[in-house]
Write a protein that binds this ligand. Structure first.
Ligand SMILES: [Zn+2]
Length: 272
């Protein structure tokens, strides 16, 4: 599932290509992923100018002229692709936006779990209130992370980091990469992680997210960036997907366990 770095990569790439353009036409091939009836959705969006591109948590937001926002959630396998002027839609291209410069943007989704919603500012604000703080926000300090941990004392650290209501944008891959970086077992309960470790985890969270953005994200599943290319962070993952392989830090072997129903990789020798 695309997480913060993948959605942020898409946002940055699309920004220079579509901000300032108008949406001239929309074709919908699977209306169930919209929040409005297809005809109404098209009527309300066509003709609108794209003012800005934003991201919050794993959500991509096209801020449109007036009190309108196009909000995309990629869920498991969604893709938002700037397709240029002569694109061939895929079998699973479900929404095609044609912009005022004749370039097209596709919303693809093999799994059909993603969605595209038209929301006014108030509706958007309400949706975004359900998310915890942004880990890359300047106001997010290690003390804020400590506060989050102290609210959920009995929860194990990895599922805690993935809880979107506590912390925004971190999912299965980056939660375990951050735990490895910090030398903390994903199974540790929040209340026995000491301040020094929380500081380390905080630095590690930022580091793995920023490194991944720099490498355009991880293409472990269906994720491709806004230009249709795979991200190159997969080769830089330290534990995710490395079951049975040698740990990069010590002589241990990377293990795979199930934690909260999700496959979780870690080195039990150097992650305590
Ligand atoms: Zn190790």
């Amino acid at each position: 599932m695309p997480e913060l770095p993948e959605v942020e990569t898409i946002r940055r790439q699309l920004e220079s290509k579509i901000v300032g353009k108008k949406i001239n036409d929309i074709k919908v091939h699977y209306a169930k992923l919209l929040n409005l009836p297809e005809k109404k959705f098209i009527e309300q969006v066509v003709g609108s100018k794209i003012i800005a591109l934003k991201r919050r948590a794993k959500i991509l937001i096209w801020d449109l002229e007036g009190d309108k926002n196009l909000v995309f959630h990629l869920k498991m396998a969604g893709q938002v692709i700037w397709a240029g002027k002569n694109p061939n839609p895929a079998r699973y291209t479900y929404v095609i936006f044609t912009l005022s410069d004749s370039n097209k943007v596709f919303f693809n989704d093999k799994r059909k779990f993603g969605w595209v919603k038209l929301l006014n500012n108030k509706e958007l604000e309400k949706l975004l209130l359900s998310y915890g703080p942004e880990p890359l926000d300047k106001n997010f300090t290690w003390q804020k992370l400590k506060e989050i941990l102290s609210k959920k004392k009995r929860i194990r650290i990895k599922p805690l980091l993935m809880d979107q209501t506590l912390l925004a944008g971190v999912g299965n891959i980056y939660a375990q990469e951050a735990c490895f970086c910090a030398g903390i077992s994903p199974e540790r309960k929040a209340d026995n992680i000491v301040d020094k470790e929380i500081e380390k985890l905080y630095d590690c969270l930022k580091k793995v997210l920023l490194d991944s953005i720099k490498h355009h994200g991880t293409s472990a599943d269906a994720y491709v960036d806004a230009l249709g290319n795979k991200g190159s962070f997969e080769g830089r993952l330290k534990v995710y997907g490395r079951q049975g392989e040698k740990c990069y830090r010590c002589a241990g072997i990377v293990k795979k366990i199930k934690l909260g129903g999700r496959g979780t990789y870690f080195c039990s020798k150097c992650q305590k």
